[in-house]
Write a protein that binds this ligand. Sequence first.
Ligand SMILES: Nc1nc2c(ncn2[C@@H]2O[C@H](COP(=O)(O)OP(=O)(O)OP(=O)(O)O)[C@@H](O)[C@H]2O)c(=O)[nH]1
Ligand SMILES: *[C@@H]1O[C@H](CO)[C@@H](O)[C@H](O)[C@H]1NC(C)=O
Length: 424
Amino acid sequence: MRILGLILILIIQIQIRAEFVSKVNPDEFSIAQDAKYLIYDVNFGEGFNLRRDVYMRIANTVRLLRESGQNYILVLPPWGRLFHWDRQRIGLPWSTFFDVESLNHFVPVVEFRDFLKATSNSPIQQILYLQHYEEGWGDEYIMKFDERKCIQTPSTSQYRKNSKSEEWDGWFFGFKDVHAESFKCVSIQGDSGTLKNLVLKNFSEASSILIDRAETILHEHYGDVNYWRVRRSMRYSEQLRNAANEFRREYLDPNSDINLENDWRNQKKEKSSRTTKGGEYLGVHWRRRDFVTARGKDLPTIEETAKILTKLADELKVSKVYLATDAIDEEVEKLEKLLVEKRKLEIFRFQNYEDFNDGQIAIIDQWICAHAKFFIGSYESTFSFRIQEDREILGFPIETTFNRLCPNSEKQCEQPAKWKIVYN
Ligand SMILES: Nc1nc2c(ncn2[C@@H]2O[C@H](COP(=O)(O)OP(=O)(O)OP(=O)(O)O)[C@@H](O)[C@H]2O)c(=O)[nH]1
Ligand SMILES: *[C@@H]1O[C@H](CO)[C@@H](O)[C@H](O)[C@H]1NC(C)=O
């Protein structure tokens, strides 16, 4: 009874606080005034793993802005409407996939819904819609930006000025009652640093900016220490790590645990001297579906995949294969049949579709592959790249990580670029 009372009081207090937060007048609230919010969005068609890469570029822009003395907070764009997800969802917070506290140790971040609360749903001050230069790069690639008229695309037309309110309407991740005061197209060629310059030079008065088509800008220094710092900060949520870890222990290898520091900032180079062994299984990322149409000649057939995996399992002396794939059931069955026929291999997949959405299962697949004794991925798949990065963070020897499934006719093919982790 007493506990129940306590819970009730707690609930009431939380409600009062929530109401208080949403009613704060930003003009009278100096903290809200000081903080500036940078929100971003990515082209509709981009996949989950490229979007994770865009986060890194924008987080570095926010880092650079903060290093120039500006108190920017990165607003995390809700997940949803992803082309590859069979079960569509919208408006998912980052905590569905990532440890937000860990992200927060690189630059301050806030979920979109909390940003709306903190700013009492007042309009976003400025939308900057990034685009390329209509005339192309010219003779050389120079970093630059210019206000230009919008190159019309289906995604620019989502933004419309409401003739009554004079405010701009848009998709805004499917959230209602979100508007913007001003909208501009900017042609830009450059990286995280160029975007910082654009914001600093022309829009530092705005207390909130939405950068759309953020994938237009590149990394400032691909693979440098800040690339890896932000990458290391992108720890998966505890729920997903636990699910993957339990699966590993139960089905793959009870002794496949790898210790990481709780806080990525404390992870020292010496601790990852590439001695990580991983679990006694082979991790495979077998990308199918649209990849077969788009890059068929870079992928092995099902029969060839079975051959490669059988040979690898022999060499590695493992009998278990963890299969991460987007293949349709028929293809998986065919592959499984071939593998079991050829040699007594056991194939494992994580398939708890009840408790996890498509993006969560993708991350669980990745985290399990990241812990395998040996990993082999698919050519130029960002899904495979993210696994390779995780393995760099976990301290695996290079030769166990940067491998790809070669297409049919080639015994050996060009292997993935080895983007090695750096700590300073
Ligand atoms: N669960 C799971 N999903 C996968 C797997 N491979 C691909 N997918 C799904 O398909 C999507 C692949 O798109 P991306 O994340 O963009 O990665 P990508 O392989 O580089 O593909 P593109 O961006 O389309 O070139 C993932 O986000 C998943 O939704 C897999 O092994 N397991
Ligand atoms: C930045 O401001 C300058 C000066 O007001 C203006 O000429 C220029 O067009 C602006 N650039 C962008 C990208 O808004």
